[in-house]
Unconditional design. Sequence first.
Length: 177
Amino acid sequence: MILKKLAIICSLLVLSGTAMAVPITVADLGSVRTQSVTGTLNPRFAWYSFEVGDLTRLIINTIGSSFDTELGLYDALGNRVRRNDDAFIFGAPGCGIFCSRLVFGPGLSSGTYYLALGRYNTRFRRSDFDVRGSGVAGSYRINFITDNPPIGVPEPGTLGLLGLSLLAIGARRRKRV
């Protein structure tokens, strides 16, 4: 009886490992747009959440990180969507060929996503936000690139200059007639 209880306790300890039911600490980036986030990986993983709307293309990479990175993307239910290690981005500053990259076309559904960043040899399991591995301190940079750039609003001075130009052209044409 005691051996049976001991075996159950040991198996529960082994099965628990470093898996997570949900990410413990998550930085919310809001609606995804072209931007970069930086930080220090300490101790094991960095988690970010973001919202995806109607995108034609989304690229996430770690160009500019100081170590060999790995990325894992999960949906709101904790199911792994995609992972990447070593995208071989030649000439990239920082991690060089050991940078990670995830590329999505228009098929990425709208919703909330969770991005996990780890170092070499991180294991991104298929479900339950289950990410395992050991960490190393180092600075990272995660770049989000979308084909939907923010719409620029002209400065008031630019609009005023445009209006004056149109008035001058109109006055000149009127003077000639």
